[in-house]
Each structure stands twice: as structure tokens, then as C-alpha cells.
Design a binder for this molecule. Structure first.
Ligand SMILES: [Zn+2]
Ligand SMILES: [Zn+2]
Length: 174
């Protein structure tokens, strides 16, 4: 997405709002193909004198794959972004030169800033629902949908102890 700064850049202290759509964006993150869709970008650009300070919010949907049951699911997100752009060839804070973003002409392309903040939306371990039961480690069935009969192994060790107590009620009472 590009922001027209042809007027803004001429007047120090001027503030302009912007609103637009960002095209769908697919990327591979943590080894998973992920797509961001229906993105709306809203924010404000301020001519600070030194540069153009841009901040705003991206809302949209992101397609994820549950790390437990491998199902595709989507979640709605909103995430902030902020960046200052300096005009090429003009004065800028020299000590941070390598970290600075520059623009030239009458537009600022904020696509890269948007993509960076999208990375922050993604969970390290996506889970489709807090109660997702995942897949059975033995038969691979989706435990959210069916209950298989592979019960013995993979059971929580604390529960296994309980199971022993139930099977041998006398064993621990001596
Ligand atoms: Zn799941
Ligand atoms: Zn099973």
C-alpha cells in the first residue's frame, strides 16, 4: 500500500489520515504456508519536520494450520504498525542510518512495514481452539471428531497411577 505525501511533506506539523486495502499476502513462517486476507489498513501520517511519522492498524483474517490437529482455520486479527520515513537526500539522524526507512517522490510505500508487523500476528504454536484435543499419537484420528480405542499408551502418567489404584485397590492399602 502506498500513501500520497505530496501535500503532507511540504508542511511541518501537518497530519493526514489514510485508509486503504492491502492485497492478500502469503508467506512461509515457522515452516507453514500462511495467508493474510481481507486486510484493511488505517492510520495517520505526520510531518514531523525531520521525516514522515506513520502509525496505524491493520485488520484482517489469517489462515493457519492447527499444530495439534492439523486442521486449517482462520482467525481475525488487528495489529499496530509504526515507522518513520525520511526523504532521500534530506537530513536524517545519522547515527541510526542503517535502521532508517527512506522514501522518494510523492508516495511512501508502507508494504514492507505492514509485512513486518504481520509477522507479529502469528502464534509460535497455532491452536484452532483452546480445547483442541489434537490427533491420536497411535492411529492419527482427530480426537475432536472421534474417540478411538488406543487408550492405554500415551496416557498422562498421573492418570496411569490412578488407573493402577483402581485395578489393584489392595496394593496400596497395606
Ligand atoms: Zn486443532
Ligand atoms: Zn487412536
Amino acid at each position: 500500500m502506498k500513501i500520497d505525501v505530496s501535500e503532507l511533506r511540504k508542511v511541518k506539523g501537518r497530519i493526514e489520515k489514510f485508509l486503504g486495502n492491502e492485497p492478500d499476502y502469503s508467506s512461509e513462517i515457522y515452516g507453514q504456508q500462511t495467508t493474510f486476507r481481507n486486510m484493511t489498513v488505517a492510520g495517520e501520517a505526520t510531518n514531523s519536520g525531520e521525516g514522515i511519522y506513520i502509525h496505524g492498524k491493520i485488520t484482517g483474517d489469517v489462515d493457519l494450520i492447527c499444530s495439534l490437529c492439523v486442521k486449517n482455520y482462520s482467525v481475525h486479527f488487528d495489529t499496530p504498525f509504526v515507522e518513520t520515513f525520511y526523504r532521500e537526500g534530506m537530513d536524517y539522524p545519522e547515527d541510526e542510518e542503517e535502521l532508517l526507512q527512506f522514501y522518494h517522490g510523492e508516495e511512501i510505500d508502507i508494504s514492507e512495514t505492514i509485512r513486518e508487523s504481520l509477522q507479529l500476528v502469528l502464534p509460535m504454536k497455532p491452536v484452532c481452539s483452546p480445547d483442541c484435543k489434537g490427533l491420536c499419537a497411535h492411529c492419527g484420528c482427530d480426537l475432536n471428531i472421534e474417540q478411538c480405542s488406543c487408550k492405554e499408551e500415551g496416557i498422562d502418567p498421573r492418570l496411569a497411577v490412578l488407573g493402577q489404584l483402581i485395578k489393584d485397590p489392595d496394593k496400596n492399602s497395606k
